[in-house]
Write a protein that binds this ligand. Structure first.
Ligand code: ZN
Length: 254
């Protein structure tokens, strides 16, 4: 199983061990710094920490951690140039599997500018992007994201994450991959399963988004197990368990 979106820097090694025991071999950890950033070097340190320290910590517990780096909208109050320079380098050396998570939160001018520039880097380097949608004003922000992306990047190179039953209709007829986040206060596994049941398994990625907020490191494993218990076809379950993620991110999984 692959957990396609999490934040390893705010979790313990014990969590990684539990995930591994539950059958999660691979996870993608994304950048997000949960406190204000007054200088871009602080963000650069956060990104390097994910790349070097958290991948090693996960490995000690059996979990193969892939990395997505970028400027999260909540961290967009910086001069981004140094980060962009490093993004090119990480993409070139295949240190990262995607630019992420990026996106919009409060729709500030800064956020929108940095979001567009990261989409342009993805287009230029033929990279994938992981796009965050907020808990508040999800529909309004999602609409803005869908206005912006096609002017910068092919929809098929992006996953729009944290899609829930309230906004699924807005995105289902697009070429985006769609992320379903099963996390306390965000979405229950039953809601994710209801979406898969209605719209099929082809367009979706599953994740826990475990972070400094209330989280369940096993939410992906529990959702997959529940799909099995309910008798969905194994070939369908495999798509959201790992196949869609392997294909989309072009992963070399263990
Ligand atoms: Zn996240």
């Amino acid at each position: 199983m692959i957990d396609t979106h999490m934040h390893a820097d705010s979790r313990s090694g014990e969590d990684f061990g539990e995930m591994y025991l539950a059958g999660i071999n691979t996870a993608i950890t994304c950048s997000f710094y949960p406190f204000r950033i007054e200088h871009e070097m602080i963000l650069l340190n956060h990104l390097n920490r994910i790349l070097k320290l958290d991948t090693a910590r996960a490995k000690e517990h059996g979990l193969d951690l892939k990395v997505a780096l970028g400027i999260h909208p909540a961290n967009a109050n910086i001069n981004p140039d140094t980060i962009f320079e490093n993004l090119y380098k990480w993409i070139e050396t295949k240190a990262i599997v995607a630019i992420g998570e990026i996106g919009l939160e409060d729709l500030t001018e800064n956020e929108i500018d940095i979001f567009k520039r990261q989409l342009d880097i993805a287009d230029e380097t033929n990279s994938k992007v992981i796009i965050h949608t907020p808990r508040k004003n999800k529909r309004e922000v999602l609409k803005e994201i869908m206005n912006i992306v096609p002017n910068h990047l092919d929809e098929s190179q992006a996953v729009i994450d944290h899609i829930n039953p309230n906004v699924i209709q807005d995105v289902i007829d697009t070429d985006y991959m769609l992320g379903l986040t099963v996390q306390p206060q965000k979405m229950e596994k039953e809601e994710a399963i209801a979406i898969l049941d209605e719209y099929g398994f082809d367009k979706f990625l599953l994740n826990s988004d475990i972070s400094n907020k209330p989280s369940d490191p096993l939410s992906v494993a529990k959702t997959i197990r529940e799909l099995q218990r309910l008798g969905y076809r194994e070939s369908e379950i495999n798509k959201v368990s790992h196949e869609n993620a392997e294909k989309f991110f072009n992963l070399n999984t263990v």
